[in-house]
Design a protein around this ligand. Structure first.
Ligand code: UDP
Length: 256
């Protein structure tokens, strides 16, 4: 493999709603959407097929409804609808940089976007379109991290790229603990057993059972998506046993 050969050919990029929000507490930062779109365009030029799963936490999370004494399932549907708003913003951003993008929703709303149909999603990817998978899994009590794992498995993506605000998983919160060190690699079970907050357990287990590795990295650092795709050692790689663990105490991503 040369330096210019992508290590991964089909990837599932998970973007949280918070990532789209940038520094804003609510809603999205259009500048951030453009930065993300440019990074996706660069890896697309390398011939990499990109499927995106987008969260909704910058707008609404199901547990907000519960905190307010509302029904959890209704809140979760509100959260799933929030992901569609984000997906449409991303679709615009991607098209502005010349990509062909298709939003596919797990909850049908044909006036807004296509329904998610697995074989159709694969076809879009093969034709060089970027797909944005919105509406979560379509089921309450799940997260968009679990959706990312599920879609990665069914679309036969080789890796889940989990974008966070910090550049990997640390031995402690790097914002509070300057001596915290970044793990380069971790086993799935290590992450599960230590309760490292990288993805929820359902998502992690799904990846583990189906042998899909996860790379946690900072997407907002210019060029990082391309570096990950080229196999550069940035972020933290979570995969099958054999991964070397550099640190021991309770670890954290420092927020995700
Ligand atoms: N959600 C859901 N089922 C799914 C995916 C998401 O019910 O399959 C709801 C859930 O309420 C969640 C919200 O949508 O809180 C937004 O998704 P998430 O919190 O995963 O977004 P992120 O943290 O990635 O921004």
């Amino acid at each position: 493999m040369t330096a210019s050969t992508p290590r991964w050919r089909r990837v599932l990029l998970k973007l949280s709603g918070e990532a789209l929000g940038g520094r804003k507490e609510y809603g999205f930062d259009f500048q951030v959407v453009s930065v993300i779109a440019e990074q996706v365009a660069r890896v697309h030029q390398l011939g990499v097929e990109v499927a995106l799963v987008v969260g909704g936490g910058n707008i609404f999370r199901g547990r907000h409804a519960e905190e307010g004494g509302f029904d959890r399932a209704t809140g979760d549907y509100m959260g799933m609808l929030a992901t569609v708003i984000n997906a449409l913003a991303l679709q615009e951003g991607l098209e502005k940089v010349g990509l062909h993008a298709r939003t596919m929703t797990a909850i049908q709303m044909p006036q807004v976007a296509e329904p998610y149909i697995r074989r159709r999603g694969i076809r879009h990817l093969e034709k060089g379109r970027v797909i944005i998978l919105a509406g979560g899994s379509g089921n309450p009590y799940f997260t968009t991290d679990t959706t990312a794992a599920l879609r990665a498995v069914e679309l036969e993506a080789e890796v889940v790229l989990k974008a966070t605000k910090v550049d990997g998983i640390y031995s402690a919160d790097p914002l509070q603990e300057p001596t915290a060190e970044r793990f380069q690699r971790l086993d799935y079970l290590e992450v599960l057993n230590r309760g490292i907050e990288v993805m929820d357990n359902t998502a992690l287990t799904l990846c583990m059972d189906n042998g899909v590795p996860i790379i946690v990295f900072d997407l907002l650092q210019a060029g990082n998506l391309e570096r990950v795709i080229r196999g550069e050692n940035i972020g933290t790689f979570v995969g099958a046993p054999g991964a070397r663990v550099e640190q021991s105490p309770a670890a954290t991503t420092g927020g995700h």
